[in-house]
Ligand binder design. Structure first.
Ligand code: THU
Length: 138
């Protein structure tokens, strides 16, 4: 957990890169880091951690959401993921849905490479017409 003393996307990038460095990804060899800023200004991070039983692996975003929920936070206002390689890495479909539980469609989701942010989407662009807590009147 990082304090939100500086704020901004650079803080999220640094936090996500620090998490990425702790990724446990011996099977894919594709380390990913995620940083989530909450409504209170705190930043929670996560790294992907894989499993010999492949489907049991957890994405960086899910890992960060777990840290956030465990700390008692429920409101996501900004997200950044970082991965290596030349291709743009965006959140997988399952993580888009997991983010939607705690983030509204206007929330920015930055997709970064090691050098910085490559593209910024809104969650609504990544998961249009999403099913969310509102459908259950929650
Ligand atoms: N992965 C993430 O952690 N987040 C993403 O946004 C894309 C994919 C992970 C899952 C798996 O451990 C590895 O990257 C390769 O798919």
């Amino acid at each position: 957990m990082h304090d939100a003393s500086q704020g901004g996307v650079e803080e999220l990038l640094a936090a996500a890169k620090a998490a990425q460095a702790n990724s446990y990804s011996p099977y894919s060899r594709f380390p990913v880091g995620a940083a989530i800023r909450t409504g209170s200004g705190r930043v929670f991070t996560g790294a992907n951690y894989e499993n010999a039983a492949y489907p049991q692996g957890v994405c960086a975003e899910g890992s960060a959401i777990g840290a956030m929920v465990t700390a008692g936070e429920r409101v996501i206002v900004e997200v950044l993921t970082v991965a290596d390689g030349e291709h743009l890495t965006t959140c997988c479909g399952g993580c888009r849905q997991k983010l939607r539980e705690f983030a509204t469609p206007d929330v920015p989701v930055h997709a970064a490479g090691p050098e910085g942010v490559r593209r910024t989407f809104t969650l609504g662009e990544l998961l249009p017409e999403a099913f969310g807590p509102e459908q259950l009147d929650r």
